[in-house]
Design a protein around this ligand. Sequence first.
Ligand SMILES: C[S@@+](CC[C@H](N)C(=O)[O-])C[C@H]1O[C@@H](n2cnc3c(N)ncnc32)[C@H](O)[C@@H]1O
Length: 284
Amino acid sequence: MAQEKDGGVGSSASQFPHQSTDSCERILSEEELEKLKNDQVLVSEFKQQRLEIDAKKNWDLFYKRNTTNFFKDRHWTKREFEELKACRQFEAQKLVMLEAGCGVGNCIFPLLEEDLNIFIYACDFSPRAVQFVKENSLYHPERCLAFQCDLTKDDLRATISENSLDVATLIFVLSAIHPDRMQQAVENIYQVLKPGGIVLFRDYGLYDHAMLRFKSGSKLGENFYVRQDGTRSFFFSREYLANLFQQVGFQTLVNEYVLRETVNKKEGLCVPRVFLQSKYRKPE
Ligand SMILES: C[S@@+](CC[C@H](N)C(=O)[O-])C[C@H]1O[C@@H](n2cnc3c(N)ncnc32)[C@H](O)[C@@H]1O
């Protein structure tokens, strides 16, 4: 199974008329329930350890194959700008933001173009991805700093001052990290956010179509799968994510499923996509 194109950060109900938000899980059909029930065999421990060791390499190879062509630019909508606006204490405030797991910058460049009063730190553990960000014609060091960092191992404070960020975004990144290591990544971000700072999160939700499409032999653990290219994907329930952030000390502001029907042209099918969209706050 290949990487799935996702809904991106810049999607709103008006762009996608069949989109809704919900606090309940998607209801599965009998057939889907059966498929998940029958898919119980896990990838061997040995292979799982290899995937963890090779995580950075596998993402770097992904960018070697796809260069900047895979993910679409994530165009920020009015709603998201409102959210960023809400992160400002006064209108003219310059926001300092981190895009954690920035890939080749599909999220940051549209934002840098639209919001002139923002400085963005952007990090990823793939050296190729970081290089692509730096080579983008919109990359200007006075507005943006891209650097290599494994969120689960490298202390962000080596580059960003403690308690200094207004906002951090985690867009389809935590799902690529082993569940046992997600907490380290979230703690790392906590350290550099200022009190009152916000995390904007969007990622795959439980029972997304992509989860149901995995063939047997791809399962690594509960709601956790490996693609053919060795990159991994976790599917979040609301409860799981809220627990993860709350254990680190964050307060939950928003945590809801975004449900959308999209047409898969190749398969000629209407497929149910599920994303989890959330907002967390570091207490003052
Ligand atoms: C699906 S891409 C999303 C990229 C970007 N956020 C976007 O929305 O276009 C996931 C990204 O997470 C990065 N990543 C995965 N694990 C990471 C880790 N432990 N530390 C830093 N980056 C990581 C990958 O290299 C990849 O670029």
